[in-house]
Structures are given as structure tokens and as C-alpha cells.
Design a protein around this ligand. Structure first.
Ligand SMILES: Cc1cc2nc3c(=O)[nH]c(=O)nc-3n(C[C@H](O)[C@H](O)[C@H](O)COP(=O)(O)OP(=O)(O)OC[C@H]3O[C@@H](n4cnc5c(N)ncnc54)[C@H](O)[C@@H]3O)c2cc1C
Length: 392
């Protein structure tokens, strides 16, 4: 059993923990970074299809979900995408903007982990991995962490163990257990940025597995215009992943299959091509099998000319507000992130310190702040890790 005099122990060597430890170390703090996985930054390595969508230049507080939508503002304003881009450039990592402000490495996500490890090493951060955190306690103004057979203590403790999304990557709900142990509340965690499953009447759409189309998807008040993808279980693709974060069990998801089409386009099609079928008219704008399925469901057989204008107008409005009733999500096993987590009500938005437990901090995905798809979640990890790293 060893007890070392650290200023801070950071639990979790993912995006937020690595950033927090490096920033604190650069300020001369003695920092120990612990992770139960055998390798640090595993989610960074698999992120963005292996190229890590490390930030989004359009980062703004309204692109984050939280019970307190104001909470993320301070940290996001003090560590911006430009700050992270400057770090990436200092390390000579080539990158590009893919779409919608999303920045990806030109090469492998390994470069981002290597960069964070280099920053941590230069700051004198000690990293230990591959042992379970067996116990954490707090006495006489110090936190004690039992890590495998070893025991360490420090003045400050940072919870950076992320959320439970993708357990096979080593993700756990440990952050929530720890938060509760110290009297912090946890907003019910839900899988987010996750495919939705279809059952009942919608099950026929599963036959379209593999087909994608640009749509506008809505859940509650949120709407995203991106691609949707049919899968053998239901719906996926960026538009669906985005709305999944807002979707609640029992609620519908509405899809506009032709978000760019002008009003009355189907009536115009009837006038321009009266002999065409609905399937053919739709087929000019949508993948053929999707056009066929939608036309079948709209049940307007024969030529467009044979339909009343009223029926044509009704079909057009159904295509603009097609209602799906997902029966669930593919769960934490397939979710990119977790909505909910350690309640921001118990944390300072300036420093991420717990209001009721001196020197206890929570950062990253463990906290009830969740970004949209597109690099926002890493930006939150960097910004919140930086905010805590500056003060511990
Ligand atoms: C497949 C996939 C792709 C993604 N792609 C992107 C993307 O391109 N852009 C983007 O912005 N976001 C992406 N995300 C989300 C992003 O990875 C997370 O939001 C981000 O990693 C959160 O950072 P974090 O440091 O809070 O948690 P994590 O990066 O998850 O780090 C938590 C660390 O804590 C450790 N840990 C967990 N439990 C314990 C425990 N009990 N004891 C000790 N250590 C523990 C874990 O091993 C891990 O190293 C993706 C997520 C997934 C799953």
C-alpha cells in the first residue's frame, strides 16, 4: 500500500480527463491520472470512424442538451474550438472540415491521443492504467483512491469516467455511483445519438435496410435536416441520431421525406405528368425502393390523373410529416453518448467543482451536458476538462 502526496487524482483517462490532467500539470500541480482500461483514450481512437471529429467550428451553447441549458456556456466560452485547433496545429496534426463545421484528422485519431499524452507527459502527469478503482473515500480533507492493490491520495479528485455508452469500450456508470456517494444528484441517463428501433406497423420499413435519403427528422421541438438511413432494426443515419437525443419513449418521430420540395410539388407533378404513377413521381426524387414503399402505403393506385387534387394534397402532406412510432432505441450498446448524468445543479459552471464537496470535480460526458453529433461532445470534454484543470 502506497500513499503519495498528489495535488489531484483524475479518474478516467478519456478526452476530458487527459485534458484536465495536462492543464493542471502545466500549472505545476502534481497530478495522477487513473484508468481501469489497459489503454487511454479508447473512445477517441474509435471516434469519427477512426479519424476523430475533434471539434465543431459552429460550437454554441444551443447545440448541447442539459437540464440547465445555461450551464455549459461559461466553460465553452473560455475554451473554444479555436483553442483546440491551435493545439492540434502546434502538434502538426493535419485536419479538414468535412461538413457542417465538423473538423476531422486527415489521418488517424491516434494523433489526437498521442498529442494529449505528449501534453500530459510534458506537464509531468503520472498515468496508471489497467487496474480497477476499488474504492474512493474522503477524510481529513484528502481523497483516497484504492486502485488495484495500490492506494493513492490527493487534495482534489476529478470524476472524468464518462458515461455508460458502449460498455464494450470500458464505459461504465461509475461516475454516477461516485457522484451519489458524495451526495450529488444524477439526472436519469438515457442513450443518445443512437439508432431507433421500429415495430408494429412500421416494421415494413425495415425491408428498406441500407437505403438512405436526405430528410428532415423531428422529435419534440428538435428538427435536423440530414440523411436518414433505414436499418434491419429501424432507423439510423445522422438525422435520426440527432433526434434520438431529444426523443422520449412513446413519442413519435416525424420525417419530411422531401424537405427541399416546393409546396404543391405533387399537384404540379400531376399536371406535368398525368400518366405517371405516384411511385414514378416519387422515384424522381427518392431512392426507388423507398419511393415504392411510400407509394404503397399512401395507397393511391394508378395514374396521378386518376386521383382527386384533394387526395394528391393529402399525400403530399403525409410525405412531409410521415409519422413513425419507434418502440425503443438500440440502447447503450450502440449509443455514441449519454444524455443526463451528474446534475449540473450541484456543480459550479465556472470550475466544475461540486458545490457541497470541496475539491471534488466532475467533467466531460459524466456531467449532464450532451452535445449534438458532429464534434460537439469532444468540445465539451476539452472545455470542461480545461475549466477544472485551471483551478485544481
Ligand atoms: C463510436 C463513438 C464515436 C464517437 N465519435 C465522436 C466524434 O467523432 N466526435 C465527438 O465529439 N464525439 C464522439 N463521440 C463521443 C465522445 O467519444 C465522448 O463524448 C467523449 O469521449 C467523452 O469524453 P470523456 O472524457 O468524458 O469520457 P471518455 O472519453 O468515455 O473517457 C472516460 C474514461 O474513463 C474510464 N473509465 C470508465 N469507467 C471507469 C472506472 N470505473 N474506473 C476507471 N476508469 C474508468 C474509461 O476507460 C475511459 O478511458 C463518439 C462516441 C462513440 C462511442
Amino acid at each position: 500500500m502506497t500513499t503519495s502526496p498528489y495535488d489531484a487524482i483524475v479518474l478516467g483517462a478519456g478526452a476530458a480527463g487527459l485534458m484536465c490532467a495536462a492543464v493542471a500539470g502545466q500549472r505545476g500541480k502534481r497530478v495522477l491520472l487513473l484508468d481501469h482500461a489497459d489503454q487511454v483514450g479508447k473512445k477517441i481512437l474509435i471516434s469519427g470512424g477512426g479519424r476523430c471529429n475533434f471539434t465543431n467550428v459552429n460550437t454554441a451553447p444551443d447545440r448541447f442538451l442539459s437540464a440547465n441549458p445555461h450551464f455549459a456556456k461559461s466553460a465553452l466560452a473560455r475554451y473554444t474550438p479555436a483553442d483546440f485547433i491551435a493545439l492540434v496545429e502546434r502538434h502538426g496534426i493535419a485536419y479538414h472540415e468535412k461538413t457542417l463545421g465538423q473538423l476531422f484528422c486527415d489521418g488517424s485519431a491516434k494523433a489526437i491521443v498521442a498529442m494529449l499524452l505528449a501534453e500530459a507527459a510534458a506537464a509531468g502527469v503520472e498515468i496508471r492504467t489497467g487496474q480497477p478503482v476499488r474504492a474512493v473515500d474522503h477524510a481529513d480533507g484528502r481523497f483516497r483512491v484504492q486502485f488495484g492493490e495500490a492506494s493513492f491520495s490527493a487534495t482534489a479528485l476529478v470524476i472524468a469516467t464518462g458515461g455508460p455508452s458502449i460498455p464494450k469500450m470500458g464505459a461504465t456508470g461509475f461516475a454516477y455511483d461516485l457522484a451519489r456517494q458524495f451526495g450529488l444528484k444524477v439526472v436519469e441517463p438515457r442513450p443518445a445519438l443512437v439508432p431507433l428501433t421500429l415495430g408494429g406497423d412500421d416494421v415494413l420499413f425495415r425491408e428498406l435496410s441500407g437505403i438512405a435519403a436526405p430528410v428532415e427528422a423531428r422529435a419534440g421541438k428538435a428538427a435536423f435536416r440530414e440523411a436518414a438511413l433505414f436499418t434491419h432494426k429501424g432507423l439510423s443515419g445522422p438525422a435520426i441520431l440527432q433526434v434520438s437525443s431529444y426523443w422520449r419513449h412513446g413519442e413519435p418521430v416525424t420525417i419530411d421525406f422531401l424537405p427541399g420540395a416546393p409546396k404543391d410539388w405533387l399537384l404540379d407533378a400531376k399536371r406535368a405528368r398525368p400518366r405517371a404513377t405516384l411511385h414514378a413521381a416519387l422515384g424522381t426524387m427518392l431512392p426507388d425502393r423507398l419511393a415504392e414503399t411510400l407509394a404503397e402505403r399512401l395507397a393511391l393506385p394508378g395514374e396521378l390523373a386518376a386521383q382527386t387534387d384533394r387526395k394528391i394534397a393529402d399525400a403530399e402532406s403525409r410525405l412531409a410529416r410521415w409519422i413513425f412510432h419507434p418502440n425503443g432505441t438500440e440502447g447503450f450498446a450502440k449509443a455514441e453518448v449519454t444524455v443526463g448524468g451528474i446534475s449540473t445543479a450541484g456543480l459550479s459552471s465556472q470550475t466544475m467543482v461540486a458545490k457541497t464537496v470541496p475539491n471534488l470535480y466532475a467533467v466531460g460526458e459524466a456531467v449532464d451536458v450532451t452535445g449534438w453529433l458532429g464534434g460537439y461532445n469532444f468540445q465539451w470534454a476539452w472545455a470542461s476538462g480545461h475549466a477544472a484543470g485551471q483551478v485544481i
